[in-house]
Design a protein around this ligand. Sequence first.
Ligand SMILES: [Cu+2]
Length: 454
Amino acid sequence: MYNERAVRRPRALHCGVIFSIAICQFAACALRAQDQSGSADHQPMNMPAMDMPMMNMVDMNTASMFLMNMSSGTASNPAAWPMPMIMKPFGSWDTMFMGQAFLVDTQQSGPRGGDKLYSTNWFMVNTEHRVGENGAFKVNLMLSLEPATITNRRYPLLFQTGETAYGKPIVDAQHPHDFIMAAGFQYALALGENTTLELYFAPVGDPALGPVAYPHRASAMELPQATLSHHWQDSTHISDEVATVGIAYKKIKWEASGFYGAEPDEFRWNIDTGPMNSWSTRLWYFPNNNWAAQFSVGHLTHPEMLEAGDQTRTTASIEYTKPLPGGSWSTSLIWGGKHNTHTKSNTNGYTLESVLPIHRTNFLTGRAELVDKDELFAGEPEIEDYLASNYGSTFRIGAYTVGYTRDFGLFRNVETGIGANFTAYSLPNAIKPYYGQHPVSGNVFIRIRLRARS
Ligand SMILES: [Cu+2]
């Protein structure tokens, strides 16, 4: 019942990878050309908290700054994070380009491990304009070429679950992101010195649920692979028909969203649509520029195509960023809980991850996760039934990753790095016959990222 046309095109991967590298290169070159054409009439702004290339911005007010600090939807990394971007004014619009791409070779051990060459990537354009004295308006577009650069609708990721490929649940693999990861509009209005109103509408976007999703999270910048807790913590970052209203007062921000609760289907090139049948609410606390903490709850109406029931998702997270020469030391601690209204089951995912820059060109990174997996045998009813009647249906998996990236200053506005990471797992004895005693996985990758050179 599914579309087989896009299947098994060996060239698609190479073309996609080259295309994504080309896009980043092209954007950087175009911007550099503009840089050199000079734009001396732009006034520098006084924005102490953010270490960003501010000199190129046109006409910003408090509301503009408020919008600019958001990474995905209305979610923010700590304000002190020097968000990698290239900033250019186009007329009276301040425009930001962000993007990164990984070319990854994965090798995994054990009977269920896989090997693959693929690319994870995204590219984002935000353009902002002030509206009157105290308001600002932003248009956001984010694209990913993963539907082409991840062939066969998945890449190997041991113990990963969530979404579908060829009509079956994806197990031990991660789905690609949609081509249109986000397309939305934001408006912010400073109501007073300490109070800002935010409105967000996105046919495709990120509702107020969870921390900043891993592809955009400061602490996850040197890890190409998804978190195993993605579908417990931040998988709603690509949702449809999203509307959010929020109010920020001093160090606190409260938000509420309505959205279509179904996960993206496996056809990644199109835009999915559906009724606004789910809701979420999120409370942020920003003690200072180095910290961002959130607590959020959402009700998702029938999110999983092949599984009955609705979900209540609860998440809490703390992110810390300390700017250092050449980057920032960023760490996140995240919890996500999932309650299924049909099975009445409660499962949890915990993530601790960090990235530390050393002497500008070296990055040490790590991620530790504990997550309760209940879909590992979703496509194998005999094994699933056997395990369920002897051991239960939920298995707590531990995943422990260490990684390193070395940056090479090849291009002016593109950070180019080569890296590797290694993951070891802990798993219950009951499932060792299927995964092996000590499954491991490794990635070797090239990473490119847009960033204005400071
Ligand atoms: Cu995702």
